[in-house]
Each structure stands twice: as structure tokens, then as C-alpha cells.
Design a protein around this ligand. Sequence first.
Ligand code: PLP
Length: 290
Amino acid sequence: MPSSPVLFLAVPAADGTTTFTPADALAPQLRVDDLGATRGDGVFESVAVVGGTPQGLAHHLDRFARSAALLDLPAPDTAAWADAVHRAAAAHEPRPELLAKLVLTRGVEGSGVPTGWVHVFPGADHTEQRTAGIDVLALERAYPSDVVVRAPWLLQGAKTLSYALNTAALRYARAHGAHDVVFVSTDGDVLEGPNSTVLARFADRWVTPPPELGILDGTTQARAFAWARGRGDRTEVARLGVDDLKTADALWLLSSGRLSAPVRSLDGVPRPTDAALQAELLHHLLTVAD
Ligand code: PLP
């Protein structure tokens, strides 16, 4: 029997605070003139809920607030959103892994009132990709590495609802026999996946590209770095080229839903994976919440 998803709707007050009320997740709730639906004008976060506990929630809420600021949306009432995530996760039938999706849109056109909700539901089953690994293509993202300063209106680095490009890149990968994508800037910087962060291991050094390149600061990556430091390894936020990915000892794509997926091929060329390290990393991500 599939379990029912849980929905809490945000009710913003004039003083900037927000309350959340439960609603039917299987019934229509959004107006057709909501700018989140018509323009993708809004921000979101997907938070892993493992064993009932939201993972990296403070980091997610931080990023949610930063994304909202980049879009000139009202600052989310962070304490109220945190409370709603906990309440919605607790209201869902227990599952080993769930996802909590937090959405804040510019609201119904002309209203000036944002629309928000927290939706908790079972995510996809990632067992296969976590264990067998993934085939990845490096694809052009068609912006330069200094996009954030050159063209801030492109909103790179904000987690907006405009993900049509991201899903198109994933469809392109699948149509070409791969599972996933690593985006590359016009000047050759490795950026991020359409919904993941790149992690490369060079001996005992773990490297991820910097958010200054117009990419998200990954919450899963931050938790993976904490794990790596805990085992005595070095962690570094540094620029990488595609050639660096080719010489890394191992590569992963990290994200809240799938957690860690080892990259077993890049552009059709097999890559070494490390099953023991993947098991250790995944165990950490599944058992340590922050
Ligand atoms: N980069 C992009 C574009 C994403 O959409 C995501 C997650 O959905 C990530 C990186 C990984 O972030 P996190 O680990 O916080 O889920």
C-alpha cells in the first residue's frame, strides 16, 4: 500500500511570520495564476528525511533564505519552516527514507503574497545507482565561470523553481546512454550536476568546486566533507577541470535524495569506483544528520 504524502501550507502574516496548516496533498492546492507555476518564479529545497530526521536542515534553510534573497522574495520565517518540516516528517507514515520539499513562490500574480508549502513524500529508490554507480556525461553549461558577477540576473547559485533546463540535460544524458551530467563552464571549469554536487577524491584529498562559480553549496557535500575530515583526510573547495576528473582516484555525485552515487564512467570512459569508501560514506550520510 503506498503511503499518503503529507502537505503543510504556509500562511504568511503581515509581520513576516508564517504559520503552517495541514492540507490534503492529493487534492489541488495551487492557483493556475501562481507565478511559481506560470514562470517558475520561486525557490525550493529538497531535504532528505532519514529515519524520521531531516538531514542538514539548518544548511538547507540557510540556502533557502539565500535563494529567496537572490530573487527578492520575502525572507522565509526560518523557525516556522523548520518546525513545519519536523511536523510534516512526523506526520508521515514511517519510512527509512523520505523527502521533504520546501517551496516558496512569488505567489498569485498581482497579489504580492508569496505561496509556500512543505511536502513530505517517499523519494525514488536509489539503491541501484548507489551500489552499481552511474554513467555521467560532461556537458556544456554555456556560461563563464564568473557568471555570478557578470550576470547576476541569471540567478546562478539560487535554487530556483526553473529546473526545465536541468531536467532537459538529464533527459539528454539518458537519451545518450548515461544516467547523469556534470556541467562545465565555457572556460573549462567543472561546475555541478543538474541536481547534484561533484566530489572528487585524489588520494586522501577530497575536492569540490567552489560556489563562486555560480553553483549551489551542497548540503550533502558539506556532510561528506565532515565525514572525510573525521577519517583524517583533507578537504578542499577548489576549481577542477574535466582533465582533473579524469585523473581523480574516484568521483561521486552527491545530492539530498540519492545521497552519494559513485561515477563509474565519464563520457563513456570507465572510471575506478571504491565500493568500500562508498559504503562508508553512504553509511555516514544515512546515520549522521548534520
Ligand atoms: N546542485 C544542484 C543544481 C542541485 O539541484 C542540487 C540538489 O538538488 C545539488 C547541487 C546538491 O545539493 P544538496 O546536496 O544540498 O541536495
